[in-house]
Design a protein around this ligand. Structure first.
Ligand code: ZN
Ligand code: ZN
Length: 94
């Protein structure tokens, strides 16, 4: 059987029938289809709220854009205060 998306042979039975590379992509897409949770502010946001990062396993920055922006502009102690406030605000949605 060949991969559904490329000519690579797939020897084991899989559902869907995808090669290792495409299977990983598929899992990644499914997992993020409803967005993901920012580990910084605990808010659950759609994928478009995250910048791309090719080095991450899912191809996205782990923190949301808002958090990344704040982290860059605020000094560390201010950022921690802001982050804790955001976490508290989003804690009920976790
Ligand atoms: Zn493939
Ligand atoms: Zn965030």
């Amino acid at each position: 059987m060949k991969c559904l998306l490329c000519p690579i042979e797939v020897y084991e039975f899989r559902e869907p029938n995808l090669c290792d590379t495409h299977l990983k992509e598929d899992i990644r897409r499914r997992r993020n289809v409803h967005g993901k949770r920012c580990p910084s502010c605990y808010a659950h946001k759609p994928v478009i709220e995250y910048d791309r990062n090719a080095r991450q396993w899912d191809g996205l920055q782990s923190y949301c854009r808002a958090c990344n922006g704040l982290r860059r502009t605020l000094d560390l102690s201010t950022w921690h205060t802001v982050r804790d406030a955001l976490r508290k605000a989003n804690a009920d949605k976790v």
